[in-house]
Structures are given as C-alpha cells and as structure tokens.
Design a protein around this ligand. Structure first.
Ligand SMILES: [Zn+2]
Ligand SMILES: [Zn+2]
Length: 243
C-alpha cells in the first residue's frame, strides 16, 4: 500500500506567493478545490473526468474557488465520455454557496445531475464511493468544516481543511498514515498556529506523519523543519506514505 499525494497548493487564504491549498490523492480524489485546481490537474495529466471524489471541507473561497471551472470543464468537455458518477462531499453551507454562485448556469452540476453524486455528511457520518470509504469529523472554524478520513487501498489519509486546534484533530488523525493539517496562523478559534502544530506533533503517534499546508510562507519559524515527523508541504510537491 502506498498513499500518493500531489500538492496543488500549500498557501493560506492571503497571498504570500504560494498557491491556495489543495491536494490530489492517488491521482483521483481531490481534497478541496482552490481556484488553480483545474490548471494544476492538467499539469499532472489528470482531467476532471478522472476524478472519483471531490471532498470540500468548507465554503471559504480558498477551498472552493475552483469548483466553477471544474464543473464547466466536466459539463462541456467530459460529460459524454464520463463512465462513472463523480462524488462530491460538502460541509454544511457549501452546496448553497455553490448554487448561489452558479445560479442560472447550465454547467452547475446540482443534486439532480447524473454526472455527480452529492454527499452532505456531518460529524460522525461515513460514506462510500467507488473504492474509497470516508469518515467525517467536524473541525472548528468560523463556518462548518468537515475534516475527512479517507480509507483507500488499506491506507488512511486524514485532512483537516481549516480548523483551530483541539482533540478533534487527534480524533481525525487516529491511526492515519498521514495527517494533512492546516496552519492558518494567529486567528484564535479559527486556525492553528505554529505553536499549536508543535503541540499537536508531540501528541500524535509517531506512526502518523504530519504534513503541514495552508500556511503563510513568510512566517515559517527557522526550527520548524527540524521537527521529526513534520513536513512542510510545497507547491507541486509529491508525497508518498505507507509501505
Ligand atoms: Zn482556508
Ligand atoms: Zn476557511
């Protein structure tokens, strides 16, 4: 079992030169969909129709800003050839935001569209789509945010989206091969700080790798890279975990 992750972007919401945070798991599961997602998928040789699942953590633009372009591409270029339904999982409020943004546009793939299958899970829910099974743990942010635990090929990837620190992250990461965790900075109650991540790394089992994303590249402490079991994601980085 090997878990492969491609980093589509490692930055936070504010521009400091990095692309907005987003991930491609095993070349077929999208973890959030920032504005540049479609372009970066293309660079990886992946089209929208190659995706099995799109897991959207919450409604903020740095996490869903690329959904419009993704749906446009699916609707106009791939609908005829699509041989499976693409699962889209969303936290509370995300569907409504997308529907508002795309109201009246033919390419909005809503709940009644056969190209997609919507999941709207909440804390403690689980669902399956194709060969992936996904559990949801609610994160703590300024809006509802689903953390996702993705079981795939015998491995587990945990992904926070945006969250403040707390035991909910440990629940999300339990038994995971890798935890992809945000570091949105000093916004108490909304994001994790570098200090929070140091504490989190100490509390996590060593068997779970910690991959830090959604960070301000101008704020990285000098000694952070020396912490064992913690890796700073970079744009276009490729990461493998498992045996
Ligand atoms: Zn964010
Ligand atoms: Zn956010």
């Amino acid at each position: 079992m090997t878990i492969h992750l491609d980093c589509l972007g490692s930055g936070w919401a504010f521009s400091t030169g990095s692309y907005w945070n987003g991930w491609l798991l095993d070349r077929r599961i999208l973890l959030d969909c920032p504005s540049q997602a479609l372009v970066h998928l293309y660079r990886l040789g992946i089209t929208a129709a190659d995706l099995d699942l799109v897991l959207l953590t919450h409604e903020h633009d740095d996490h869903v800003g690329g959904v419009d372009a993704l749906m446009l591409d699916l609707h106009h270029r791939h609908r005829e050839a699509l041989d499976h339904r693409i699962g889209i999982a969303v936290a509370e409020g995300v569907y409504q935001r997308l529907e508002r943004n795309l109201h009246g546009h033919a390419h909005f793939l809503g709940r009644d569209d056969e190209a997609v299958r919507w999941f709207e899970p909440r804390d403690g829910d689980a669902f399956e789509h194709r060969d992936a099974s996904v559990e949801v743990v609610a994160m703590r942010h300024s809006v509802p945010d689903n953390g996702y635990r993705v079981h795939l090929d015998g491995g587990v990837v945990a992904y926070t989206g945006d969250t403040s620190p707390g035991d909910h992250i440990l629940r999300l990461a339990e038994g995971a091969d890798v935890l992809i965790v945000e570091c949105g900075g000093a916004f108490p109650g909304v994001h994790c700080s570098w200090a929070d991540l140091r504490e989190l790394r100490a509390e996590l089992t060593p068997a779970t790798a910690m991959l830090v994303t959604h960070y301000d590249a101008t704020s990285v402490p000098d000694d952070i890279a020396a912490i064992e079991g913690l890796e700073l994601a970079v744009d276009f980085g490729r990461y493998d975990y498992g045996s």
